[in-house]
Design a protein around this ligand. Structure first.
Ligand SMILES: Nc1nc2nc(S)n(CCO)c2c(=O)[nH]1
Length: 158
């Protein structure tokens, strides 16, 4: 099994229930095991700000799937849960983003790894740090602490 990390977000309907369902679906999926689950954080919307607050979290996965197969499985879960990818930055029932897959670096129109925007997103890095098994050195949070990021970005533990 290879190790991968995913970010989850929801800001429509019963956000916590959506996160829990997405994790259950990941765990039930062929070739995917959920190894660690972060705390849930409530975060103010970044980018398109005229939308409800998000609940965000991150998970550490073990997988026998390739990066693209894993991405497609995640997109399938979004679709099954009613994610309509209409407004690129609009509210969503569930959002699953593949962040990292071992030390794979790739850039295709379908998938870029590591996720290109994760380094500037505290709503991703704060949960990710909860489940990170790698060495601390050299990762985006090397120059900040979770506490600082939470204070600066108004991130609340849910
Ligand atoms: N706080 C926060 N802001 C966001 N803006 C977008 S788009 N998204 C969706 C993730 O790409 C989020 C999110 O998950 N959390």
């Amino acid at each position: 099994m290879w190790e991968a990390y995913a970010a989850l977000g929801a800001n429509l309907g019963d956000r916590e229930a959506s996160l829990r369902e997405a994790i259950r679906r990941l765990s039930d999926a062929q070739g995917i095991e959920v190894r660690r689950i972060s705390r849930i954080y409530e975060t103010d919307p970044v980018g398109y700000t005229e939308q409800p607050a998000f609940l965000n979290m991150a998970v550490a996965l073990g997988t026998s799937l390739s990066p693209l197969e894993l991405l497609r499985a995640m997109l399938g879960i979004e679709k099954e849960m009613g994610r309509v990818r209409d407004l690129r930055w609009g509210p969503r029932v569930i959002d699953l983003d593949l962040l990292l897959y071992e030390d794979v670096g790739m850039e295709t129109d379908e998938l870029t790894l590591p996720h290109p925007r994760m380094g500037e997103r505290s709503f991703v890095l704060v949960p990710l740090k909860d489940v990170w098994a790698g060495e601390e050195a050299g990762y985006p949070w090397k120059e900040w602490t979770t506490e600082d990021a939470m204070k600066r970005e108004g991130i609340r533990i849910w």
